[in-house]
Design a protein around this ligand. Structure first.
Ligand code: ATR
Length: 279
C-alpha cells in the first residue's frame, strides 16, 4: 500500500518539503507520497493522533508547532535537550519525535566554515529553529550569542546552553556582530511574502563574516542581499539546510539513503518557478 508522509504547520502552503520528498520517492522508485497539511496550534494534538490512526508513516513539523508538538509524542533524547521537534516517526506504533534541524545546520556550517570550535556565532531568534541550531553549535564549542526581539526569550535559551550570551535587537546587536565570525538568521523575518524585511543591514556587517539565512523562500533574502552589499564573501542560503534536515528525516522514516542532489535540485527548481507566481 502507498505510504503517506507529510508536513504540518501554519502557514504551510509555500513549503517546498513536498516537492523535495516526492522527488526523492520518485528517484528511489518508492510507492509513497508527501503532502502538506495546514494545522493550527489548537488542532495539533488531534492532528497527530489522527495521523497515527490513519496510518500516516511520517510527518515533518514546522512553524509554529515545533515546540508544542513535544507534548504529543515520545521525544528522542537530543530533541528533548533542544526542546523542539521537526520530525515524527510512526513506524513503531507510538509517535516518536526527533529534531533534524540542528543536524541540517551543522552539516551546512561544516561545508562552509569547517571547524566550529572557538568561533563566535550570533544567532538571530530564540524559537524552535534557533534552539536546534544553537544546541549543536554550543555542543561543538562555538561561543554563541542569541539575539532576539523578545529579550527574555533570548536569555532563557542562552541559559540552557553551556557557553552562550544573549542580547536584544537594538544598538547592542551592532557591537555583537562586529565581534562575530558567523551570523545566522533563525527567525522567519524575510520570508515570502515579507521579502523586504531584514533584522540586519549592510552597514552592520563586515566582509569576513559568514552570513547564513535559514529562510529559503526567497532563495536570496534581503539579509543575503545586504550581506553582498557589505562585501561578505561567504553567503549561505536556506536551501541546503532544508535539504539536509529533510534528508535526515527521510533516513529516520525509510532507513534508506536519500538522494540529496535530486532533493536539492527539486527545491531550487521549485523556488525558481514559484518566484514567477504572485501568491
Ligand atoms: P520557529 O519554531 O520556526 O523558530 P517560532 O518559535 O515562532 O518559530 O520563532 C520565531 C522567531 O522569529 C522568534 O525568535 C521571533 O521573535 P520573538 O521571540 O520576539 O517572537 C522571531 N521573529 C518573528 N517575527 C519577527 C519580527 N518581525 N521581528 C523580529 N523577530 C521576529
Amino acid at each position: 500500500m502507498k505510504k503517506i508522509y507529510g508536513i504540518i504547520g501554519d502557514p504551510v502552503a509555500h513549503s517546498l518539503s513536498p516537492v523535495m520528498h516526492n522527488a526523492a520517492f520518485d528517484k528511489l522508485g518508492m510507492d509513497a507520497v508527501y503532502l502538506a497539511f495546514r494545522v493550527s496550534k489548537g488542532e495539533l494534538g488531534d492532528a497527530i493522533r489522527g495521523a497515527k490512526s490513519l496510518g500516516i508513516a511520517g510527518l515533518n513539523v514546522t512553524i509554529p508547532l515545533k515546540e508544542k508538538a513535544l507534548f504529543f509524542v515520545d521525544v528522542e533524547e537530543v530533541a528533548k535537550k533542544i526542546g523542539a521537534i521537526n520530525t515524527i516517526d510512526f513506524s513503531s506504533g507510538t509517535p516518536v519525535g526527533y529534531n533534524t534541524d540542528g543536524i541540517g545546520s551543522q552539516r551546512v556550517l561544516q561545508e562552509t566554515v569547517g571547524e566550529i570550535n572557538g568561533k563566535n556565532v550570533l544567532i538571530l531568534g530564540a524559537g524552535g529553529a534557533a534552539k536546534a541550531i544553537s544546541f549543536y553549535l554550543d555542543t561543538e564549542g562555538a561561543r554563541v550569542t542569541i539575539a532576539n526581539r523578545t529579550k527574555k526569550r533570548a536569555a532563557q535559551l542562552a541559559s540552557n546552553l553551556r557557553n552562550a550570551d544573549f542580547c536584544g535587537l537594538g544598538v547592542e546587536l551592532e557591537k555583537r556582530i562586529e565581534a562575530s565570525d558567523i551570523l545566522i538568521n533563525a527567525t522567519s523575518v524575510g520570508m515570502h511574502p515579507h521579502e523586504d524585511a531584514t533584522l540586519v543591514n549592510a552597514d552592520m556587517m563586515h566582509p569576513d563574516l559568514v552570513v547564513f539565512d535559514i529562510v529559503y523562500n526567497p532563495m536570496e533574502t534581503k539579509l543575503l542581499r545586504e550581506a553582498k552589499h557589505a562585501g561578505v564573501k561567504k553567503i549561505v542560503d536556506g536551501v541546503k539546510m532544508l535539504v539536509y534536515q529533510g534528508a535526515a528525516s527521510f533516513r529516520i522514516w525509510t532507513k534508506k539513503e536519500p538522494p540529496v542532489e535530486v532533493m536539492e535540485k527539486a527545491v531550487r527548481d521549485g523556488l525558481s518557478s514559484s518566484s514567477k507566481s504572485t501568491d
